[in-house]
Write a protein that binds this ligand. Structure first.
Ligand code: KG4
Ligand code: ZN
Length: 336
């Protein structure tokens, strides 16, 4: 069964075709709206929706061509129904539903966060619950217990900014373009992570929650007090910032694994492309004899294949999601 996954929740128009039999990704092209949003220093929802509308047809065609298949070979179309920006979500949902109707195949609405968790399954097809999932992106930072397929328990989430948002906002203070995560990580390679001790919020508390908003203030204050004109100073700030974020993510993940007595950690979301985070988590898991599964680089940031993968996983466990309406606010587990 070939499944087309369509992702348009934010600023990537992405489509992937996945073979459900063995989770092989046949194609996964995307258009990243960097040029459209760069002048604004962040994503403008209206601009994003228009760009999705312009690009989605081409990206679907590209996905079909690269997979060497025709629309008639598709058996299901999965699309992101939330969380995300209303306009962008609507473009993807309308396109997916229209195409599915035309092809007389089902359209399936997918939770974007399930997609990020499913991304690791593309690299590890035999991966199965129970596991703890750490989802770290530009909009989310969450620790989730996945007890059985699609039985989610929230173990902690950010109380303010997401980890990716902290990278992006601090990067902006350093004059880096949006999204700054990958650039911060690149500069960090030449920096000294012990040079500045940025705060690790909620570290000593028993909660699984995160807080990253203080980091931005700390970085802003540091820049104000010391300046950041020299490249080496910038590199030191990037390395110290990255270390603070990685420290807290590793510490909270290990705590969640201890509490739940689960012995696998699954990483997902755009920030999972960060090598320091991957290495930090892999090392901590190894010390405790915990299995660790992170997606390959191309499946970390938003992409269509992860949306197809999430729909396939639900299909295989007989838990198809029949809701087709878009939902900008759609947590995996509603806060109690
Ligand atoms: O999952 P994603 O593509 O979109 C959302 O669902 O938000 O994540 C994008 C986020 C951005 O904040 C970006 O700066 C961050 O992921 N990111 C990184 C790296 N690559 C992307 N953060 C740190 N290090 C990276 N290498
Ligand atoms: Zn995402």
């Amino acid at each position: 069964m070939l499944v087309l996954g369509i992702e348009t929740s934010c600023d990537e128009t992405a489509c992937g075709i996945v073979d459900a039999r063995d989770m092989t990704v046949l194609s996964n092209p995307l258009y990243s709206q960097l040029e459209e949003h760069a002048p604004h220093g962040g994503v403008v929802p209206e601009v994003a929706a228009r760009a999705h509308l312009q690009k989605i047809g081409h990206i679907v065609e590209q996905a079909l061509q690269e997979a060497k298949c025709t629309p008639g070979d598709l058996q299901m179309i999965a699309f992101t129904r939330g969380p995300g920006l209303m306009g962008p979500l609507l473009v993807g949902a309308c396109f997916a539903r229209g195409l599915a109707l035309d092809l007389k195949i089902p359209a399936i609405g997918v939770n974007h966060l399930e997609g990020h968790i499913a991304a690791a399954h593309l690299s590890y097809p035999d991966l199965c619950p129970p596991y703890v999932a750490l989802t770290v992106s530009g909009g989310h930072t969450e620790l989730t217990l996945v007890q059985r397929e699609f039985i989610f328990t929230c173990l902690g989430r950010t109380r303010d900014d997401a980890a990716g948002e902290a990278f992006d906002k601090c990067g902006k203070l350093l004059g880096l373009s949006y999204p700054a995560g990958a650039l911060v990580s690149k500069l960090a390679k030449d920096g000294d992570p012990t040079r500045v001790r940025f705060p690790r919020a909620l570290q000593s508390e028993s909660t699984g929650d995160f807080s990253f908003s203080g980091l931005k203030t700390a970085v802003a204050r540091h820049i104000q007090e010391t300046g950041n004109r020299l490249p080496q100073e910038k590199a030191n700030i990037c390395a110290s910032l990255q270390e603070a974020i990685v420290d807290i993510l590793v510490q909270k993940s290990m705590r969640a694994l201890e509490l739940t007595k689960v012995n696998t950690l699954v990483l997902g979301g755009g920030v999972s492309a960060n090598n320091a985070l991957r290495e930090g988590l892999a090392h901590a898991c190894k010390l405790k004899g915990i299995g660790f599964a992170a997606p390959q680089a191309q499946y970390c940031t938003d992409n269509g294949a992860m949306i197809a993968a999430a729909a396939i996983m639900r299909e295989k466990s007989g838990q198809r999601n029949t809701t087709l309406t878009v939902q900008p606010w759609l947590p995996l587990v509603a806060p109690s």
